[in-house]
Design a protein around this ligand. Structure first.
Ligand code: ADP
Ligand code: MG
Length: 458
């Protein structure tokens, strides 16, 4: 048994059947497609007020202008505040970061550890960009709670990171590689960690961090609370959850068994020959509102550089990929964020976990190797309830993904181009290229929106 339980003095006693804030917990869960498993799951906090958070935390939430908790926050907060392990599965952009940070702040308040002896809260995240975003959120929302936080990531000098650790911090947000380096140097102790978060667990495993994660977790005392946040729930993630978590409660928002795309994104797919792509790209770019942030994906670093070069003069574009130095990446990202160069051309690896607000359009110049990456890529737009648009160039070489792509499009009520259906039914190969779908929104009851059976390829 663990004695990490937080007693919510002000929190109402809600059971799954009592009404919460005018809407019953059941109705709220149905409305937001919340499903839970595990015993005695507390009712969701349907508003910030019923959460009973300390006033300094409520103040920061109100300052941020958030009207209400997101569904994943509403359901994961009461579970986490009971000190229980949790697996939270919700799509990108659903507010998972505060889902674990706020209970982490409250956990810290109760522990009162000496930060000079090591952090109490440890958050692992896949990339430097993501780790710094989490740190920014922790600083912003933890400010009035006087919480200190630092970020450890590769590609930057260790000196300042080590100095922060020596001074003492409550929260460490780290990428697994750099944290392991610092552990090996014996410059950090994890013996005080009692709140461990694995954020974007699916991405961390995709990127091959499993051995590093397991090494790190060995240094964390077994008496701890472990939280896993992930956008998808594949078997690799299930396996590591089974190994590292104790009797977790699982919370899913929406249907996570199937790969589903965010329905607030309008997805255009166009069948194009390689030589047609550049011209069509420029056409799309010219049709956007000036200054709109646009993220373009291509499959090779070379193509990234070439596109960014071609587009930099007329549109203000820059490239980000694995061959760029960290300072170049930082500069490119900051110019993109501020809108100085509103077009970013990226590879999948470089774009992983980026949370850049207000990306209006995602363009798949090259189709990715698999529909899972497709869903992740277009998920860079349409964040936090905003609407987004994606354009995808699909060629003959991508025909093997046609039937899976159709499932994704139909699952999100999007139009399916007839050419894609042809490809799927033939099991690959196109006999002609024709541009399709430009300027079309999502349509219902259109001729291109036929039954599922026609989608199955041979
Ligand atoms: P995820 O980790 O699920 O991809 P994030 O935690 O990065 O999502 O949140 C996405 C965006 O939503 C961020 O800009 C965050 O500040 C914002 N956000 C978080 N919680 C809320 C809320 N309750 N209401 C509105 N916006 C929120
Ligand atoms: Mg996140």
């Amino acid at each position: 048994a663990r004695d990490l339980t937080f007693n919510l003095q002000n929190a109402p006693r809600t059971s799954a059947k009592e009404p919460v804030n005018s809407m019953s917990a059941d109705a709220y869960s149905r409305l937001h497609e919340i499903t839970v498993s595990g015993g005695d799951v507390p009712a969701p906090f349907t508003s910030f007020e019923v959460a009973g958070f300390p006033s300094e935390i409520l103040r920061e939430v109100h300052n941020a202008g958030f009207p209400s908790p997101t569904p994943i926050q509403a359901q994961s907060w009461p579970i986490t505040l009971q000190g229980r392990d949790i697996v939270a599965v919700a799509k990108t952009g659903s507010g998972k970061t505060l889902g674990y940070l706020i209970p982490g702040f409250i956990h810290l308040k109760n522990c009162r550890n000496d930060p000079r002896m090591g952090p109490t809260v440890l958050v692992l995240a896949p990339t430097r960009e993501l780790a710094t975003q989490i740190q920014d959120e922790a600083v912003k929302f933890g400010r009035s709670s006087r919480i200190s936080c630092t970020c450890l990531y590769g590609g930057a000098p260790k000196g300042p990171q080590l100095r922060d650790l020596d001074r003492g911090v409550d929260i460490v947000v780290a990428t697994p590689g750099r944290l392991n380096d610092i552990l090996e140097m014996r410059r950090i102790s994890l013996h005080q960690v009692s709140y461990l978060v694995l954020d974007e667990a699916d991405r961390m495993l995709d990127m091959g961090f499993e051995p590093q994660i397991r090494k790190i977790v060995k240094e964390v005392p077994a008496r701890r609370q472990t939280l896993m946040f992930t956008a998808t729930w594949p078997k690799e993630v299930r396996k590591i959850a089974a190994d590292l978590l104790v009797k977790p409660v699982q919370v899913n928002i929406g249907n996570v068994d199937e790969l589903v795309a965010n329905k607030s994104i309008t997805q255009h797919v166009e069948c194009l020959a390689p030589m047609e792509k550049h011209r069509r790209l420029e056409q799309i770019l010219r049709s956007q509102e000036p200054g709109s942030k646009i993220l373009i994906f291509c499959s090779t670093k070379k193509m990234c550089d070439q596109l960014a070069r071609n587009l930099s003069r007329p549109f203000g574009a820059a490239a980000i990929h694995g061959d760029k130095s960290q300072s170049e990446r930082d500069q490119v990202l900051s110019h993109f964020r501020t809108g100085r160069s509103p077009i970013l051309v990226a590879t999948d690896v470089a774009a992983r976990g980026l949370d850049i607000k207000d990306i209006r359009v995602v363009i798949n110049y090259d189709f990715p190797t698999g529909v899972e990456d497709y869903v992740h890529r277009i998920g860079r737009t349409g964040r936090a309830g905003a609407s987004g648009v994606s354009y995808t160039f699909f060629g003959e070489q991508d025909a093997k993904y046609a039937s899976e792509l159709i499932k994704i499009l139909e699952g999100a009520n999007q139009l399916v181009p007839p050419e894609i259906r042809d490809m799927a039914s033939r099991g690959g190969g196109m006999n002609r290229f024709r541009r399709w779908g430009s300027g079309q929104g999502r349509g219902r009851g259109d001729s291109g929106y036929g039954g599922r059976d026609s989608a199955r390829g041979g």
